[in-house]
Design a protein around this ligand. Sequence first.
Ligand SMILES: Cc1ncc(COP(=O)(O)O)c(C=O)c1O
Length: 396
Amino acid sequence: MFESLQAAQADAILGLIAEYRNDPRDNKIDLGVGVYRTAQGDTPVLDVVKRAEQMLVDQQMSKSYIGTAGAADFNSAMQALVFGDAGPTDRLATIQTPGGSGSLRVAAGMILRASPDASVWVSEPTWANHVPLLGGAGVTLKPYPYYDTENHVIKIDEMLAALRMAPAGDIVLLHACCHNPSGLDLSVDDWQAVADVVVERELVPFIDMAYQGFVENLDSDAYAVRLMAERVPEMMVATSCSKNFGLYRDRVGTLSLLAADTAARDIVSSQVNNLVRSIYSVPPDHGAAVVSLILHDEGLRGAWVTELAQMRERLIDMRVLLAEALAEKAPEHNFSHLARATGMFCFLGVTVEQIARLKKDFGVYMVNSSRINVAGITPDNVNYLADSIVATLRNE
Ligand SMILES: Cc1ncc(COP(=O)(O)O)c(C=O)c1O
């Protein structure tokens, strides 16, 4: 059977990680991989997670199966975190999923069950994995304009024009905050305009929120979700606890489905649980149990908010440091978008040839789109990084 297979195309990021690892230079810099890092280059377990894990070890009495929807206490706490205390709970079904990716894949299955002819509109560009996760499941994807690579701004007018052409019932995938890969988010006014089009054209918002807490705070980062939930009858929201709880490998996320009324919600709930049973049966428990302990305990929750703020502030500081260093060393170029962007990513805005030179001559690694993870920047390497970029741009 397997003789019919050919090797799958290698993942660009994995190849880059391997090259970086094998690079003997001491001053090499990794701006490719998509995880948070401290100034020491670590992706540590949060202290609050360690504390909650210890409590879990002491308290957990059984490793028996949890149901297809996961743990009810986790789901209710996550629903409140995402939709706020005034969320439309009577119309919402929230399930625990294996990370944000698992959530997106289940959402794709729900689209195919509920509306197989609908297309999902995705930003151009979008997170690279949206394409295999949704398209690979059989959903039709269509692009809407988003990022202006010349001027480093959002093409809001073109985006709205494209969405105005979408047929009723189509689905619009939106990044709640920290747009991956561009780092540029819609403003409050832009979100209102998008919501107007969504309502007018009877589109279904599908919001991916993988970075809640990385822009400003947990509530304001959920603005888009809460705005849409007030204005539309139906929507889907995928969340991930990989970044904001640092639980990458434990696979924690949710899928929330907003239905027109409680009766419709119950039908949606039965369908999504039936779907999960046919894919992975039940979600992994450990990480979600840790999140639930943190969200339900005032002290732990406060400690988490503090650690989350530390991660956020480090990313903001590194963006500003690099933008300032480049402004000083290369005033003929405009890198102000680096400081305007949010979250872990943004485009540096250099060519594929310049990316190759940065790697070869300076040991600075990034993916070919020039998306950089600002968590790879530290106060110690920022000058070397800026010098490398400037030398490359000036062809020195
Ligand atoms: C936009 C976006 N959505 C979803 C995810 C899902 O992450 P995970 O499956 O690790 O929870 C990520 C992770 O990088 C992301 O950037």
